[in-house]
Design a protein around this ligand. Structure first.
Ligand code: AHR
Length: 733
């Protein structure tokens, strides 16, 4: 039997002004010293406008709702109809006036809705895990570029560097003679052979090589910048080459001869190498056939061509950009915390010249990062993506140790310094450090998350409050995110938003599309900062997982008055170091693809700032269907679109009658499309071999109109994008 879906569309408007909501609860222990009173919350859009719509919440009595529009009656079929309403407000001028005056928007769950609301659900996220940054998004090709990964004590392990030549020709060790104060370890290479004499070097010389992160991707015609620091008491003759993994294929090479006087002190050498071939499993070689001792330190190979010229791997950053991210949460995740505090991410150790960054071993995901992708670069990436940064800070808590609240002040000061680094004037102490890195303008840091998944820890609440008060005292406009879930009970401390993390089975996540229907509308907003289907339903990125996530996201979208942001997690995985499954974007040195979960996010990239219309589905047994609808304006063609998203989480084909009421204008069938994500098998995944196996497929929609009979595939997410005749639409508003 066909399912009937009636959709009513209402162009809505933003009221002229709005009132910010205070997210802070009034628990006595949650107050700050010299507390001036209510902390106002501004968590509107990326350009930080005030919250435009204080909603008439779900507790609004039906009588009031009906008073606003007597023609609306409660719909007993709430479980199964799709409706959009705001049109009646537009047609009836008195209601328009009232709507404007009262700034009322309701989103009632008891069967009728009065008007549309602005959907402010924003997406994106980044965390260092799975070599997402080091050996991933950050385009540096050398791994362990300063020889620090083996630890500060020498001799040390130089992995993944290796020696070219046997021990009769060469000996390599580390010592602490570097010119870089914060990372003293350098590599000492003693060469016993020579171009002639008793021990003649092999024809290609001896030396060291670095394979990067599971092979460097070197491409024909592309240029790579090689930097190294060298010291020797004798003259040197060094070959710098990019070669195949066995060294036999030379892709690019140059030679540098320097007199002893030129290298007797540490000397920086720079080369531009243009590759004559392509090999995705290449390595950097530093070789010589001259007897003597050479020290090397801080060796880098970067492609010249990076995302916006700021050092990010272009294809990966572009995949991120394609999602139109509105915020960037960084640097983790558990990466922020560390198993132990001594191994946690410290922002100050990641700024300044790359040669001076000590790097650190992330003991949660068990790998070394040179921290070329540091605090500054994260802020830069957010800016380049047009996203606002959300800095997750360590609040003195790791997985295994905690700083007592009485001792937390230095940690608080460290974070205040970090905020000053991001947004202080170029004349301030830390703002000048940012300016020295080439960014005199402040970054727009307006969100700070205090910790990651630390709510239950002994000193969390105490530490949280110290950070909260100190940050708010200096930067009252910064939105503070708590780790404590306030969705089912009120937080006992102040916050502008709270984290909500969910990793679960597909069925469970799908059913959570109603999770926030009954969440309080008056407290802090929800930040679903990590969500994903995990476990056997997900594999390494299945269609099943993606569909459940789509259903969940529709639920978030429909609750976007209280859920402000949502991010799938983790975003990236280097296939050579899968620490966490599944992930949105899978890559190796030269390939990348999106998992179905990545493609689901594309269905929501127009949601931020769009107008959300109330939706219900009329159907029997519609538990496997969820839907939402937004209108949004394309910046490409300036056209207005109505986007109706429907997730079918069941095995039946659904014949659906969509009826859009309230349209003030015609639907252009030309330009209207239907996009479907599905596959023949629920557990289908994409792979390097079949990167496009599960991908959204877009087709034209010749029967686009206010009334449409459509067929929804089993286990699918479908988007009907109706092009609206813009002029008429606008004049009606
Ligand atoms: O996303 C993987 C991990 O899951 C994150 O690092 C952590 O925040 C969460 O537990």
């Amino acid at each position: 039997m066909p399912i009937v879906a009636s959709i009513r569309l209402i162009p809505s408007r933003r009221p002229r002004s709005g009132r910010s909501e205070d997210g802070a609860s009034r628990h006595p222990s949650s107050s700050c010293p010299n507390d001036p009173g209510m902390i106002s919350t501004d968590i509107s859009s990326s350009n930080h406008r005030p919250h435009p719509l204080p909603y008439l919440n779900r507790r609004t009595p039906p009588s009031i709702a009906r008073a606003l529009d007597p023609t609306i009656t409660p719909n007993p079929l709430i479980s199964s109809s799709i409706d959009f309403f705001p049109a009646f407000l537009i047609r009836n001028r008195s209601w328009v006036k009232r709507y404007r005056t009262l700034c009322l928007v309701s989103f009632l769950r008891n069967g009728f809705q009065l008007a549309a609301k602005i959907c402010k659900l924003l997406f994106s996220h980044f965390k260092e895990i799975n070599h997402a940054g080091a050996g991933g998004l950050w385009a540096e090709l050398v791994s362990n570029r300063g020889f620090e990964a083996g630890g500060p004590n020498t001799p040390s392990n130089i992995n993944p560097w290796s020696i070219i030549g046997n021990e009769s020709f060469i000996s390599v060790s580390t010592d602490r003679t570097s010119c870089f104060e914060r990372n003293k370890v350098a590599l000492r290479m003693e060469v016993f052979c020579d171009s002639k004499g008793s021990i003649v070097c092999p024809p290609n010389g001896v030396g060291i090589y670095n394979p990067g992160y599971w092979g460097m991707n070197i491409e024909q015609g592309k240029t790579y910048k090689v930097i190294l620091h060298v010291r020797s008491s004798e003259s040197v003759n060094i070959s710098v080459s990019l070669t195949s993994s066995d060294g036999l294929q030379k892709l690019a090479s140059t030679n540098r001869i320097a007199a002893a006087s030129d290298v007797s002190n540490w000397t920086k050498m720079e080369f531009l190498l243009q590759s004559e071939g392509t090999n995705s499993n290449s390595r950097l070689q530093l070789t010589t056939n001259k007897k003597g001792v050479i020290w090397f330190d801080q060796v880098s190979v970067m492609p010249l061509d990076t995302y916006k010229g700021h050092g990010f791997r272009k294809e990966l950053a572009s995949m991120l950009e394609d999602l139109k991210p509105r915020y960037m949460r960084f640097p983790g995740g558990c990466f922020v915390e560390g198993e132990w505090l001594r191994n946690a991410f410290r922002w100050r150790a990641t700024i300044g010249s790359w040669e001076e960054r000590p790097g650190h071993f992330g003991d949660v995901w068990m790998y070394w990062t040179d921290d070329g992708l540091g605090y500054f670069e994260f802020l830069q990436l957010a800016e380049d993506l047009g996203a606002f940064p959300i800095w997750v800070i360590n609040n003195g808590i790791s997985h295994n140790d905690e700083v007592d609240t009485t001792d937390i002040s230095p940690f608080v000061q460290e974070i205040l310094n970090g905020i000053e680094f991001a947004r202080g004037s170029p004349n301030s102490t830390w703002g000048s450090a940012r300016a020295a890195m080439g960014h005199p303008e402040p970054f727009q840091l307006n969100y700070v998350a205090i910790g990651n998944e630390d709510c239950g820890k002994k000193f969390y609440q105490g530490n949280y409050l110290k950070f909260y008060c100190a940050i708010k005292a200096t930067y009252p406009d910064i939105n503070i995110i708590s780790n404590c879930d306030g969705s089912s009970r009120q937080l006992d401390h102040r916050a502008d938003l709270y984290d909500f993390h969910i990793y679960t089975s597909a069925r469970n996540l799908f059913s959570m599309n109603t999770q926030f229907d009954h969440t309080s509308r008056t407290g802090p907003k929800v930040f679903v900062s990590e969500y994903a289907v995990t476990g056997s339903d997900a594999g390494t990125g299945s269609l099943l997982a993606a569909l459940a996530e789509a259903g969940f996201l529709i639920g978030l979208e429909r609750n976007s008055d209280v859920v402000q942001m949502a991010s799938y997690a983790p975003l990236f995985v280097n296939a050579n170091d899968r620490r966490w499954n599944p992930d949105a974007i899978v890559f190796n040195s030269w390939q990348q693809y999106g998992t179905p979960s990545y493609w689901v996010q594309h269905f929501f990239k127009e949601s931020s700032g769009a107008t959300l219309h109330p939706t219900t589905i009329q159907a029997n047994a519609s538990n496997s269907l969820v839907a939402s609808a937004i209108t949004w304006q394309s910046s490409v063609d300036n056209s207005e679109y109505l986007k109706i998203k429907i997730v079918n989480f069941g095995n039946d084909i659904v014949n659906l009658k969509i009826s859009v009421a309230g349209l003030q204008n015609a639907v252009n069938s030309v330009g209207s499309t239907k996009t479907v994500l599905t596959s023949s098998n629920l557990m289908d995944e994409n792979s390097f071999e079949e990167p496009n196996k599960v991908m959204p497929v877009q087709t034209s929609l010749p029967n686009a109109g206010a009334q449409m009979d459509v067929v929804i595939s089993p286990y699918s997410v479908t988007s009907f994008d109706l092009s609206l005749a813009q002029e008429e639409y606008r004049s009606a508003i």
